[in-house]
Design a protein around this ligand. Sequence first.
Ligand code: PMP
Length: 279
Amino acid sequence: MPDIACVNGRFGPLADAVVSVEDRGFQFGDGVYEVIRTYRGRPFAVDEHLARLERSAQALQLSLGPSKAQWGTLIEEGLRLSDLPETKIYLQITRGQAPRDHPFPVPLLPTTVLTFRELHPLDVLVRQTGVQAILLEDIRWGRCDIKSVNLLPNVLARQRAKEAGVFEAILLRDGVVTEGSVSNVMVVRNGTIQTAPEGPRILSGVTRAKVLELAKKEGIPVAETMVRREDLLGASEVFLTGTTVEVLPVVRVDGQAIGSAVPGPIAQLLSRRWEALVG
Ligand code: PMP
């Protein structure tokens, strides 16, 4: 089977998968999600993603539905059925279907969805030459650590990036870099990697944590600290991390060159270490 979905434990073709128009994910964006990818057909960092799914669900008093072990089994089953070269696995839990009313319905019966689609890796050339980004005001809510399906500000930001002909929108709150619309942001200043600390202003990226570990192993100093707009623009390197972007150098921001507008040595080194880790 090619692209498939699993709705409340039932597998079938993605094109046939449906949920009710009264699902609270549709009505209120009342749900959480995860994106996991495969490398050589095996799902990567499943434990970390399921742990974050559980944290996101708990923060919204949302039931995880299946246990973490059951989610793991569903992932394996979906991969077996879809049998794609590389797969982008999407997991979603919403607070279920109920007549539209803001308070939580009783009893709670979450809707759980998984989709399995072919993953098309980023063009190698894009990875080698780096990408461009724009800076935008971060207009999201105060709990960006929750991976909620309420992605409207992220959608608008990524659309602005697309219209500007660049890859990513890097978000600023009070002049301080939070993260990208779909990625975490790291800058290199005086040989140190600086990135926003974990907390309610950013999503704690699975890739972020692993890349920071790789950096420490290489003896590269890491500071989880506020990075101001001018620090980013004056940085020697900027790069993005994320499940789909992996380690991706940013060579221009708002049209301004970062360093000499080519991928820097630290981003390149970490990109190689990342390949070794996942390969
Ligand atoms: N921040 C945001 C807003 C994201 O959407 C993502 C992608 N999930 C990330 C950071 C990176 O997280 P991860 O490394 O876990 O994919």
